[in-house]
Design a protein around this ligand. Structure first.
Ligand SMILES: [Zn+2]
Length: 128
């Protein structure tokens, strides 16, 4: 999978897809094992949650669900659309993704980064 966290992509399949391939969205998380990606504002579902410490009132919460990586295309700035992506090696050996349409570089991809253990802290309303 050539998609990385933080990439800008275009959703091409599913109910949140744009037939023109112009609507861009940000990749929040990738799941290489399942070949899935979590895209901001795409495949949003209502989760019905029980009251918990994190969510004291419970109820309905909106949340993105992962979609298949095959249903998104990496966005190319130069083409202004989602494009097919190839990989090539630069003279110094680093791997680079490139747009198969205009062959512009789309950023280098190195060995898998070490997973950061930073927890996302959501500011919950304090109950006083
Ligand atoms: Zn391009």
């Amino acid at each position: 999978m050539l998609i990385r966290r933080g990439d800008t992509v275009v959703v091409i399949k599913g109910s949140d897809a744009d037939p023109q391939h112009k609507t861009i969205a940000k990749v929040l998380e990738v799941y290489p094992k399942e070949n899935k990606v979590l895209v901001q504002g795409v495949n949003v579902v209502w989760k019905h949650v029980r009251p918990s410490r994190r969510n004291p009132r419970g109820g309905r919460v909106q949340k993105e669900m992962p979609i298949s990586a095959a249903n998104v295309m990496l966005y190319c700035e130069r083409c202004q659309r989602g494009v097919r992506v190839g990989r090539r090696y630069l003279p110094d050996g680093t791997k680079e993704r490139y747009c198969k349409k205009c062959s512009a570089g789309l950023g280098t991809i190195g060995p898998p980064r070490k997973r950061r253990l930073t927890k996302v802290t959501t500011s919950a309303p304090s109950s006083s």
